[in-house]
Write a protein that binds this ligand. Structure first.
Ligand code: TXA
Ligand code: MG
Length: 354
């Protein structure tokens, strides 16, 4: 062995320590086709979990009638127990299997918005697992519109319990690559149906109380819901027992998020010199800021919602310390977007950067 070889060998551990980690091959991502759906059904029947696209965000699904499979979702997400998960159904015709009481208003909304980005919270039928309802007396039900979700539900012939396919407290995924970024190869299969069309989660309307109440604004506007219902919907009740999405730690990127008006963007950047800053701007590019550190979105609520989580994830991936979000309008069309932005910013204001 020559001296040169010896030198090579002795420097190898150092070189290994400095080399960036090899990116994982996303071998568990499969485009949606017949074979991928068949594989997903095999996994679901075997009590495993599968990530799949819906029109809102990607879901992390398990057979809703299999407690062990639902428990896997919680373990994978790092989600506290007793947080209810939405059960996805193929059609409204199976509502009564899951809910013991379906008020006329709930039927009206199901007819108007299913399949689509609406979740109904109803009194649960006997037999619905505690693992799904968080041991509450209600169950969240949704008929998703995405063809891949529809194909899965039709082939399984049962409900699919699925929260958003992100690690607990993180930004929801709107692409298969986002799911992979959070879970890597921990999931046996991520069905890739491209970017989701709506981009934010479903609107949740609770029909288990005296009058319908909105628990989470989302893909269907409250105006449209009230029009279909023919009555006003109560706003979220801070004392109501509900979980994850209602807490500040949700929908948050790793970086601190601050909502600012346009005139404050440059000023805030100047006052945070030395920190790596990303900006989510409206319509107009921010001067003197490198392109990867800013995302510019039109002031069009549907398009803004469609791109919101991808934009937050992209800025986060630039390892910024601070994301300045230019405050969008506060008109009703922006309610769900402002809800998610406020949660992301509250996370930072509470000083919780875990
Ligand atoms: O668009 C969506 O709703 C997506 C896709 C995958 O369907 N799902 C989703 O799931 O956002 P998740 O678990 O990330 O958020 C569902 C929210 C949680 O805040 C949960 O507490 C609430 O719905 N929820 C579910 N069942 C409930 C129930 N029975 N009572 C009150 N809240 C409920
Ligand atoms: Mg979620």
């Amino acid at each position: 062995m020559s001296g040169g070889d010896g030198a090579l060998v002795s420097s190898a551990p150092e070189a290994a320590a400095q080399a960036p980690p090899t990116p994982l091959e996303p071998t568990n991502i499969q485009p949606v086709d017949e074979a991928a759906i068949a594989r997903a059904i095999e996994l679901l029947r075997a009590g495993d979990v599968v990530a799949f696209p819906t029109e809102t965000v990607y879901g992390l699904g398990a057979d809703a009638a299999n407690a062990g499979a639902v428990a896997k979702i919680f373990a994978l997400k790092g989600r506290p127990e007793l947080h209810p998960v939405i059960v996805h159904l193929a059609a409204a015709s199976t509502l009564e299997v899951w809910a013991r009481e379906v008020p006329a208003g709930a039927h009206k909304l199901a007819q108007a918005f299913w399949p689509g980005p609406l979740t109904l919270v109803l009194k649960r039928a006997s037999g619905v697992l505690d693992a799904v309802t968080g041991a509450q007396d209600t169950v969240g039900l949704r008929v998703p519109a995405h063809p891949a979700a529809q194909a899965l539900l039709a082939a399984l012939g049962n409900g699919i319990a699925a929260p958003s396919a992100n690690k607990f407290g993180r930004v929801s995924p709107t692409t298969a690559q986002h799911v992979f970024a959070d879970f890597g190869l921990e999931l046996p299969l991520i069905l890739d149906g491209g970017a989701t069309s709506v981009g934010i989660e479903s609107t949740i309307i609770d029909f288990s109380g005296e009058r319908p109440r909105c628990l989470r604004p989302g893909g269907v506007s409250l105006g449209a819901i009230e029009e279909a219902l023919g009555e006003a919907v109560a706003p979220p009740d801070a004392t109501a027992p509900r979980a994850p999405g209602s807490h500040g730690v949700h929908y948050a990127p790793r970086a601190t998020v601050k909502l600012v008006r346009r005139v404050q963007v440059l000023e805030t950047m100047a006052s945070h010199k030395g920190r790596r800053i990303g900006v989510l701007a409206l319509e107009v590019t921010v001067p003197r800021l490198a392109a990867p550190l800013q995302r510019v979105v039109p002031v069009v609520p549907m398009q803004y919602a469609h791109e919101l989580y991808a934009n937050l994830r992209a800025l986060d991936a630039q390892n910024v310390d601070l994301i300045l979000v230019e405050q969008p309008p506060t008109t009703p069309a922006w309610t769900a977007i402002n809800d998610r932005l406020a949660r992301a910013a509250r996370h930072a204001a509470e000083g919780d950067t875990t």
